[in-house]
Structure formats: structure tokens, C-alpha cells
Write a protein that binds this ligand. Structure first.
Ligand code: ZEM
Length: 315
């Protein structure tokens, strides 16, 4: 079904900001990234995760989900256990929404992620605006994707291919996207996993891939007090006492480890560990693609309101 250029009956036309309006939002995002009292001192990682989870609900077969709509503001999506903790990212961004009310939440969340990645020494990532926010009307609420579409870190390679295949990502793209685990950490009270993947979790790099490979023989299964199983590598630090979580303990999720054990995934881990520029270029392309999932644009890049697919929502 070709999208009609007539958009009668659908949401208000997305705003068309001037370049200076958009620059002002970008500057406000950069200004809020430094958060000395939060996690590792930056709001960046959790904001990147917010954008990923907003987009990662996409289902290519039904055309549902994706970053349009910012449905995570509502309990139906925000209350998915997979989204635990992302209220912190939304709260960080709220003052920007108040100061620049013209921007939609769906655009703000995705834009904030690419601004944050660049500010954390990552690649520049192309971004286009025009997303709309779902309102409280029944037809909008019906477009909120069902829970349970995001990946489960306790699983393995088959699961990753099912989840990311649903979004039409291939093996190379799955590995490139996983490289976002250069950033941030796991929180016991959010996912039940614990710790960070790399030593400097607020600087974007290919360190995650290098650590996966370099410590291949060192990663050990560890069962946390809550029963959750993850992998850890304890860097040897002189004079460290036994018992409490050691200084310099890094972690991997079972899904991260599956990138080593699966031969096709592993090939890409090796490529990205050896070639940072290649990783940056591929990450930029795949993250831009992720943020565009489910968004339909006309020849000029303007979002086409697709009221014709509404009927099929919540498949
Ligand atoms: Zn993550 N991710 N992720 N991820 N992720 C966590 C944290 C972060 C998986 C996953 O289970 C988890 C992608 C892919 C996958 C980020 C970005 C991206 C956490 C810890 C878990 C459990 C959450 C917590 O406790 O706060 C799984 C299974 C994935 C499948 C491959 C993709 C793709 C991402 C972006 C492109 C980021 C930045 C974080 C750190 C968040 C923070 O708060 O520090």
C-alpha cells in the first residue's frame, strides 16, 4: 500500500524547526550530559539506551513499533520490565522538552542519543526529525507496541537473531549494534545484572570488542545473589582484599558472550576489535537505521503519517 500524500485524519503535521532551533536543542542536550552525581558522571549512556529501546520494538512484518510515537511515556510500554530505569533518561531530558516545546518527545529522545554518542567521542550519526508523539486517543494508544519485544540478556545467539531479525538486521548489524555496550552499566535494580563492560563507560570506543577477545579465556560465569548469571573478568589489582566486588571487575551478558561463541558473529567481533574506524562507520550507519525503523518519509524526507496501518496495530 503506497502511503497517500493526503494525511487527513491523522496526527498534526510534525514541526519543521529552523536550523538554529535544532542547534539550540543540540546545545541543551550537550549541556545536560555531565551529571556528576549520576552513575559514572554522565547521562549519556542511559539516554542512548532510551533511544534504542524506543526504536527496538519495531516489527517489520506488521510495520508496528519503532521510535515514532514515544509510547514509553505511557505505562503500556514504559512499564515493560525491559524498560526499567529508563525513566531516568526521560527525566534528564524533560527540561529540554519544556525549554523547546516544539520538539516532539520521539524526536528529542532519538536526537539526544546521537548528540550524546558524538559528545562521548563516538561517530557522527545522521538523524532526521519529524516523528510525532502518540496522544491519549484510543487509536494512538492502540499503536503502542506490545511488551516483550526487546532482547533478553540471559539468552544467546539464536535469540539475538530472532529479535534483530524481526527488525530486519543482519549478523554484521547485530554485532555492530552490540558495540553500544562500550557505554554505561548494568544495574541490579533495573535488569538484575551488575557492572560495566569497559573501564571508561562514558567514552565511546571499540574497547568492548577488544575486551571480549583479549580476555576470552578469563571470562568466568558468576551467579549474583539475586540468582542472575553473568560473566565477569577480574583485573588483577595489587593488594585487593577478598570478598566484596573487586575493583576493576568487568562484566559481559550471556548475549555478549554469544558473539564470541557464534562463528559468524565472532568474525565481526574480530573485525571491530582490530579496526576502530570500521566499527565507527558501521555503528553510525546501523544506529541511524535503527532510529528510522517504522518511519515512512516522502521524497523530501518528511514523515508520512501512516493512518492506513493503524488498523493492524497490536497484532
Ligand atoms: Zn543494551 N543492555 N542490550 N544495548 N544497553 C543494557 C544496558 C545498555 C541488551 C541488554 O540486555 C542490556 C543494545 C543491545 C542489547 C545499551 C545500549 C544498547 C543492560 C543493563 C542490559 C541488561 C540495563 C540496566 O541494568 O540498567 C541486550 C540483550 C542487547 C542485545 C544485543 C543495543 C543495540 C544498544 C544501543 C545501540 C546501553 C547504552 C546501556 C547502558 C545503560 C545505562 O544505564 O548505563
Amino acid at each position: 500500500m503506497a502511503p497517500s500524500s493526503k494525511t487527513s485524519g491523522s496526527a498534526a503535521k510534525p514541526p519543521q524547526p529552523s536550523a538554529s532551533q535544532l542547534d539550540a536543542v543540540r546545545a541543551s542536550i550537550r549541556d545536560l550530559l555531565k551529571q556528576p552525581n549520576y552513575d559514572d558522571g554522565s547521562a549519556g549512556p542511559v539516554i542512548v539506551r532510551l533511544a534504542w529501546h524506543s526504536a527496538g520494538t519495531y516489527d517489520a512484518a506488521s510495520g508496528t513499533g519503532g521510535s515514532n510515537g514515544a509510547g514509553m511515556r505511557y505505562e503500556a510500554e514504559g512499564g515493560d520490565p525491559a524498560n526499567a530505569g529508563l525513566q531516568h533518561a526521560r527525566a534528564f531530558l524533560e527540561p529540554i522538552k519544556s525549554a523547546h516545546p516544539w520538539i516532539t518527545y520521539a524526536d528529542l529522545w532519538t536526537l539526544a542519543a546521537i548528540v550524546a554518542i558524538e559528545a562521548m567521542d563516538g561517530p557522527r550519526i545522521p538523524w532526521k526529525g519529524g516523528r510525532t508523539d502518540f496522544g491519549t486517543a484510543e487509536e494512538d494508544q492502540a499503536r503502542i507496541p506490545p511488551r516483550g519485544r526487546l532482547p533478553d540478556g540471559a539468552k544467546g545467539a539464536d535469540h539475538l537473531r530472532i529479535i534483530f531479525g524481526r527488525m530486519r538486521f543482519n549478523d554484521q548489524e547485530i554485532v555492530a549494534l552490540s558495540g553500544a555496550h562500550n557505554l554505561g552499566r548494568c544495574h541490579l535494580d533495573r535488569s538484575g545484572f551488575h557492572g560495566k563492560w569497559v573501564n571508561n563507560p562514558t567514552r565511546f570506543s571499540n574497547q568492548y570488542f577488544r575486551l571480549l577477545l583479549a580476555n576470552e579465556k578469563e571470562w568466568r560465569r558468576k551467579t549474583l545473589a539475586n540468582g542472575v548469571e553473568q560473566f565477569v573478568y577480574v583485573e588483577k589489582v595489587e593488594g585487593q582484599s577478598e570478598g566484596e566486588e573487586p575493583e576493576g571487575e568487568l562484566m559481559m551478558l550471556p548475549t555478549d558472550m554469544s558473539l564470541l561463541s557464534d562463528p559468524v558473529f565472532r568474525k565481526w567481533v574480530e573485525i571491530y576489535a582490530a579496526d576502530k574506524d570500521r566499527f565507527f562507520a558501521d555503528f553510525s550507519a546501523v544506529f541511524a537505521k535503527l532510529l528510522e525503523l517504522g518511519i515512512r518519509r516522502d521524497g523530501e524526507g518528511n514523515v508520512v503519517n501512516d493512518s492506513n496501518v493503524k488498523a493492524g496495530y497490536r497484532s
